[in-house]
Design a protein around this ligand. Structure first.
Ligand code: PMP
Length: 409
């Protein structure tokens, strides 16, 4: 049961909104980089560290048992959140980056050999490029990249053209952090499976904006970071298909991932703990559970609707700014609006509008191959979250007009 979407009430739950930057109320349009935190997440973090903190999975005392239970409850919550078929398919990592490194180093090292191919797109975040490059250096496999259209749209025919009998992994973003393009991950997973490959989805910019149903998508891995989902940094998720995880060797070794250890040998525990060596970010994980409660109370479908209408308003409002060009105008878009403005460098744009209390991101967005593909060095990027409102784009448009006056274009 979700509540009616009430943006004002939601905003009242985010203490950061009382901040002023350069004597102006903050306008935060950088949620794609990291989202701000609602009070209930901050409270949970504080309460856990002050009243419920202990190491997990090893103590037999009350605090340890309580912390273990709270941590494991989040695993159940996350499995429900993405409709996984079992909580044991949820591996806690430090974030999406570590999740993809885990897949590359564990699944990849065992299953890939020289001549094999990993298909990605030109629109990847470096987190979905570099781990595969390292894997290729170690195995002799190679990366094949699928292009996008000039408007940022992705076409399955471009993927199909590049799939061969050597394709072993297809790894794609759910949503591009630069273009905002929503990728057809269900269809991409089907293509991967028809060709005996697996499909990895970098869901960093997906799970934060729309409902995710892993069983419906039918991919093999789906990863995301807690800090973009209104949770703390340092905690993330790697969902993997049960039978694939069961056959994967550990990536990191240490405490909490073993059955029995001798000096020269060890046997490992079953997933997920096989992949969770060492002490995890305990309180952060527990507070991520509160972040999931927060978004579920609002309803991911309501969040999706709110952000969709915001994005459409944002495009309309920014289109009135002279000299502004959008980067990424696919009809299926979520979360971000990237743009350039006349001859102004995106870094200058960001610094100038900060004077008006407006936070956007400027740069290559950890997507240098995409920048090169688009013949750009950088873009400015405004991104939205549940607390964003249309007025944010009014303020951004007015501030960008000022930038125009400074640059005299
Ligand atoms: N993939 C995408 C699409 C992203 O936007 C990001 C973060 N900007 C990442 C991966 C990496 O996430 P993290 O730094 O939280 O590991």
């Amino acid at each position: 049961m979700t509540l009616k979407f009430d943006n004002k009430k939601i905003r009242s739950e985010f203490p950061f909104l009382s901040r002023e930057i350069n004597n102006k109320p903050i306008i935060y349009l950088d949620s794609a980089a990291s989202s701000q935190k609602p009070q209930q997440v901050l409270d949970k973090l504080m309460l856990t560290y002050s009243q419920g903190y202990s190491n997990i999975h090893r103590g037999l005392h009350t605090l340890s048992e309580e912390a273990t239970e709270a941590y494991e409850e989040v695993r159940i919550k996350i499995s429900r959140f993405i409709n996984a078929s079992s909580k044991d398919e949820i591996i806690f990592t430090s974030g999406a980056t570590m999740s993809i490194n885990l897949i590359a180093n564990s699944y990849g090292l065992v299953n890939l050999k020289s001549g094999d191919e990993i298909i990605i797109t030109v629109a990847e975040h470096h987190a979905n490029i570099i781990p595969w490059q390292i894997l290729c250096e170690r195995t002799g496999a190679r990366i094949v990249a699928v292009p996008v259209d000039s408007d940022g749209s992705f076409h399955l025919r471009e993927l199909k053209k590049r799939v061969t009998k050597n394709t072993k992994i297809i790894s794609v973003p759910h949503v591009s952090n630069v273009l905002g393009t929503i990728f057809p991950i269900k269809e991409i997973s089907a293509i991967a499976h028809e060709n005996n490959a697996i499909c990895v989805v970098d869901g960093c910019q997906g799970a934060i904006h729309m409902p995710v149903d892993i069983q419906d998508i039918d991919c093999d891995f789906y990863v995301f970071s807690g800090h973009k989902l209104y949770g703390p940094s340092g905690i993330g998720v790697c969902w993997g298909r049960g039978e694939i995880l069961a056959a994967m060797p550990p990536f990191l070794g240490g405490g909490d991932m073993i059955d029995d250890v001798d000096i020269e040998h060890a046997t490992y525990s079953d997933p997920p703990s096989r992949f969770e060596a060492g002490t995890p970010p305990i309180a952060e994980c527990i507070a991520l559970g509160s972040a999931v409660d927060f978004v579920e109370k609002i309803g991911m479908d309501n969040i999706e609707k709110h952000e969709k209408s915001l994005l459409s308003y944002g495009h309309q409002r920014l289109a009135s700014v002279k000299g502004l060009s959008f980067v990424g105008t696919s009809s299926l878009k979520s979360g971000v609006i990237s743009f350039t403005l006349n001859s102004a460098h995106p870094h200058d744009i960001s610094t100038l509008i900060d004077q008006d209390g407006i936070a956007i991101r400027a740069g290559h967005h950890c997507a240098q191959p995409l920048m090169k593909f688009l013949n750009l060095t950088s873009t400015a990027r405004a991104s939205v979250a549940v607390y964003s409102e249309p007025e944010d784009f009014d303020a951004l448009a007015i501030s960008l007009e000022k930038v125009n006056r400074i640059f005299g274009d």
